[in-house]
Design a protein around this ligand. Structure first.
Ligand SMILES: Nc1ncnc2c1ncn2[C@@H]1O[C@H](COP(=O)(O)OP(=O)(O)O)[C@@H](O)[C@H]1O
Ligand SMILES: [Mg+2]
Length: 239
């Protein structure tokens, strides 16, 4: 059931902006202050039994995303405005409210530029610096994003330099909180994959921006990259 026109608390849903693994993102209006916002919504059945494993998993990831973002305050991380739950017909809608970025994501910005428009190395450096700054800050606050890619960076136009919009890291849906990792030590996890995965996705972002697909073409280069990029917070081990 489309949610356009639905009201959740003081937010009226206007139109669908995007949907993915976790839920749907809508453009909405905060009717108390006439401000446009973006709302990510997931739904679960309200009655006792229909709640499937996948809806429970979506709800769990959603809670994790809310907790991850609520403690972060950084110019290149999309902040959280609000969070709520509303029962609509037989469904429980859980939602988080964020600033609306009409410029959309870095992925759409790159698509619009087209395949022939190569970014200058200064432009690449601008994006990489902002992405690294956001990820470093999240790591300093024990959050590992784990899904670093152009569609998860929203952009804010920069009037002084239209070729260099600012990045806003979003979608912490699969982020991990290092404090909550149990069973094996964080150090082991990093060696086993979590941190390597962050290195790879950050490096893929660089490859995508610089149009240097060779970065990961050979196993030798892959091995060298694993060790060449020192990831923030790597004081407890040398992986
Ligand atoms: N705050 C926002 N402003 C504008 N568009 C957004 C916003 N948040 C998400 N979107 C759009 O919705 C898409 C999916 O959002 P995302 O948070 O990445 O959810 P998912 O978990 O479905 O990947 C984004 O790639 C973007 O196009
Ligand atoms: Mg996403």
């Amino acid at each position: 059931m489309p949610l356009e026109g639905q009201q959740l608390g003081r937010y009226r849903l206007l139109r669908l902006l995007g949907s993915g693994g976790m839920g749907e993102v809508y453009l909405a209006e905060d009717i108390s202050i006439n401000r446009q916002v973006a709302i990510k919504v997931i739904r679960a059945e309200a009655s006792a039994y229909p709640s499937t494993d996948s809806t429970k998993e979506a709800a769990r990831l959603f809670q994790r995303e809310v907790k991850a973002i609520s403690g972060l305050d950084h110019p290149n991380i999309l902040p959280l405005f609000d969070y709520g739950e509303e029962k609509v017909n037989e469904a429980i809608l859980t939602y988080m409210v964020m600033p609306y970025r009409q410029e959309n994501s870095l992925a759409t910005w790159l698509e619009k530029r087209g395949d022939t428009a190569i970014l200058s190395s200064r432009d690449v450096a601008h994006f990489i610096r902002q992405a690294a700054s956001a990820l470093q800050y999240a790591h300093d606050h024990q959050i590992i994003h784990q899904d670093v890619k152009p569609s998860n960076f929203l952009i804010r136009n920069n009037a002084d330099n239209p070729d260099r919009p600012d990045l806003l890291l979003a979608d912490f849906g699969v982020a991990k909180n290092r404090r909550n990792i149990t069973g094996i030590s964080y150090c082991q996890r990093r060696q086993n994959g979590s941190n390597i995965q962050s290195k790879y996705s950050f490096s893929s972002l660089y490859s995508r921006l610089s149009r240097n697909p060779g970065t990961y073409q050979t196993p030798g280069l892959i091995e060298r990259q694993k060790h060449a990029i020192s990831w923030p917070g790597s004081t407890c081990c040398t992986c």
